[in-house]
Ligand binder design. Structure first.
Ligand code: GRF
Length: 201
C-alpha cells in the first residue's frame, strides 16, 4: 500500500478530502503520518480522533529552518511516504526538504498560478478585479507556489463576490482537484518534463 504524509497548519479540510477519498477507495493508499506546526490545528485533532499517526513539531524548539525541516524529513522517512502533501501548511519549506522529496512533494494553492502566489490569494484576486480565479495543485520546488502544475480548476468571480464568498467557491474545487491529483500520482500517471506535467490515460 502506498503511503501519504500530510503537513498542515489549520482547518485541514483538504487533508480531510484526501482522507475521505481513501476511505471511499477512490485513492488506493494510506495516510502514514499527519504533521502540524500548530498544536491546536483542527486538522491535527481530526487526524488524532481518526486514530492516525500524528506529530506536532514546534518551531520554537529548533535553532533554524534547516534544523526544523531535517527533523521533519526524518519523521516522514521513518513513517514512510511515497507522496508528501502540503495541505494548508503555512511554513515555507527549505531547499533540503524539497530535495528530500523531489518530485513527490505537492501543494494546493487557492488561485490560478502563476497569478496571486503567496498569502491571501483570494483577497488578491478580488482586489485585482479578475473575472475568473480558481485553484492549482502543483509540485513543490524551491520557489513559493511555483512548481510544475498538475491540475487547475476555474471559478467565476461575480461582481458581488467578497474574499469570503470567493474562498468558499474555490475551496469546493480544491476538494475535488486535490484528491484527483493525489490519485493520479499514486497510480503513477504523472510524468514531469521540466515545467510541464503530462497525465497518462
Ligand atoms: C486552502 O485554501 C489551500 O489552498 C491553502 O490553504 C488553505 C487550507 O485550507 N494552501 P484547509 O486547511 O485545507 O481547510
Amino acid at each position: 500500500m502506498k503511503k501519504i504524509a500530510i503537513l498542515l497548519s489549520g482547518r485541514g479540510s483538504n487533508f480531510i478530502s484526501i482522507y475521505n477519498s481513501i476511505k471511499k477507495d477512490y485513492i488506493n493508499a494510506e495516510i502514514s503520518i499527519v504533521i502540524s506546526n500548530k498544536k491546536d490545528a483542527p486538522g491535527l485533532n481530526f487526524a488524532k480522533n481518526e486514530g492516525l499517526n500524528t506529530h506536532f513539531a514546534d518551531f520554537k524548539n529548533f535553532n533554524s529552518r534547516e534544523e526544523y525541516d531535517h527533523s521533519l524529513i526524518k519523521i516522514i522517512n521513518d513513517y514512510g511516504a511515497d507522496l508528501v502533501c502540503l495541505a494548508g501548511y503555512m511554513r515555507i519549506v527549505t531547499k533540503d526538504f524539497v530535495e528530500a522529496f523531489k518530485d513527490r512533494l505537492i501543494n494546493i494553492h487557492p488561485s490560478l498560478l502563476p497569478s496571486f502566489p503567496g498569502l491571501d490569494a483570494q483577497k488578491q484576486a478580488i482586489e485585482y478585479g479578475v473575472k475568473y480565479s480558481g485553484c492549482t495543485v502543483h509540485f513543490v520546488d524551491e520557489k513559493v507556489d511555483h512548481g510544475a502544475i498538475i491540475l487547475q480548476s476555474v471559478v467565476k468571480v461575480d461582481d458581488n463576490d467578497t474574499e469570503e464568498t470567493l474562498s468558499a467557491k474555490i475551496l469546493k474545487e480544491e476538494h475535488k482537484i486535490y484528491p484527483k491529483a493525489v490519485k493520479l500520482f499514486i497510480e503513477n500517471k504523472l510524468k514531469i518534463k521540466g515545467r510541464k506535467v503530462f497525465i497518462k490515460d
